[in-house]
Design a protein around this ligand. Structure first.
Ligand code: GLY
Length: 349
């Protein structure tokens, strides 16, 4: 059954219908400590939620562990969940990833619905069936592909999101613009993220999700085209890991935005990506996300971190690059010299 993605107009009606399609014997809602406080009250009064049992977990990525997963399985078991029960994941990417995995594995799998509450989860994490937890210090090391039965995107939840988390999600939208077409990209670069027009944002979210949906429908298990969604992430993950090792807080989307600039530079030097677009994106990223600071002493470490990326095969770093906006080139390899030159470019611009 294909995942249903709904841009919400009437959350109560849509959630009632999503639950009705399954007709579960018991209903559970997974929230984190923040969404339990801010978002659960929005839905808890709906008649379809009258019997729902709330399960609350920690709110940060540190809670995305086997222990938390076991606590969710335990709560489901103690709450009387059967194979015919249903879980509604109400939260950001951590909740939809961990909740999706908990639902996919409990009694070999129960139905689940995602109601993402952050921009990052709306345009990326909650759509496309990637579920999982962090394990032994590695992000999303354990998990399965399994799509939520329904994903309901209600942009009203974004009204309580802080600027940093909005910008973080916006980086994935920028990535979707880059892998789709010039019109989408330019619209995103023109959008005023500092003075939000929520209706306009809703339209951009719908467009962004449809780009991801098209790609995951064609290649759900990331054998080819889905690798396009990794644009910016090979370098972005290395920046994120370096920052974590140095106790610097960096949100995922910020690292992706900086990674996009680096990988567009590689795209320009290796695949002919137009330099005008590179400069436009680099300027937008600098103004919106600031810069990630590091010195040339850290190049070896960053290179080493890039070699650990999940997409690599046999120790070779595989990038997704672009020949132009929308011209996707997967499985592009770059040597150490190219990568060091890219890091020089990033620091000097
Ligand atoms: N976050 C990238 C993907 O879903 O494939």
């Amino acid at each position: 059954m294909k995942q249903e993605i709904i841009i919400s107009r009437d959350l109560q009606a849509e959630l009632t219908a999503a639950i009705g399609r399954v007709g579960p014997d018991r209903l559970f809602v997974l929230a984190d400590t923040t969404t339990a406080e801010l978002c659960w009250p929005v839905v808890s009064g709906f008649p379809c939620m009258a019997e729902a049992q709330l399960i609350t977990i920690g709110a940060t990525d540190e809670a995305k562990t086997l222990d938390t997963l076991a606590a969710v399985w335990t709560a489901l078991g103690e709450g009387g969940a059967t194979r015919h029960s249903m879980l509604v994941n109400l939260g950001g990417g951590m909740v939809t990833d961990l909740g999706g995995f908990a639902a996919s594995t409990f009694k070999r799998g129960i139905a689940f619905v995602n109601i993402p509450t952050t921009l990052l989860a709306m345009v990326d994490a909650s759509v496309g069936g990637k579920t999982g937890i962090n394990f032994r210090g590695l992000k999303n090391e354990i998990g399965v592909f399994n799509e939520a039965q329904t994903v309901i995107l209600d942009t009203h939840f974004l009204r309580t999101l802080d600027r940093q988390n909005l910008c973080s999600g916006y980086a994935e939208m920028l990535k979707h613009g880059l892998i789709s077409n010039e019109e989408n990209l330019l619209e995103l670069l023109r959008f005023d993220i500092e003075h939000l027009d929520y209706e306009a944002l809703k339209a951009l979210v719908a467009k962004s999700v449809s780009i991801k949906e098209r790609i995951v429908t064609e290649d759900p298990h990331e054998h080819g085209l889905r690798k396009a969604l990794n644009l910016g992430h090979t370098v972005g993950h290395a920046f994120e890991s370096l920052a974590m090792a140095e106790n610097r807080t960096v949100l995922h989307g910020y690292a992706v935005a900086w990674g996009l600039v680096c990988e567009l530079y590689l795209s320009a030097t290796r695949c002919g990506f137009p330099s005008e677009r590179l400069h436009q994106v680099a300027q937008f990223v600098r103004e919106t996300y600031g810069i990630f600071t590091f010195t040339c002493k850290e190049y070896d470490r960053l290179y080493e971190l890039m070699t650990h990326d999940k997409k690599n095969t046999a120790g070779v770093i595989n990038f997704t690059l672009l020949g132009a906006v929308g011209d996707i080139r997967i499985n592009q390899q770059a040597g150490k010299d190219d990568i060091f030159e890219m890091l020089d470019y990033y620091r000097e611009n």
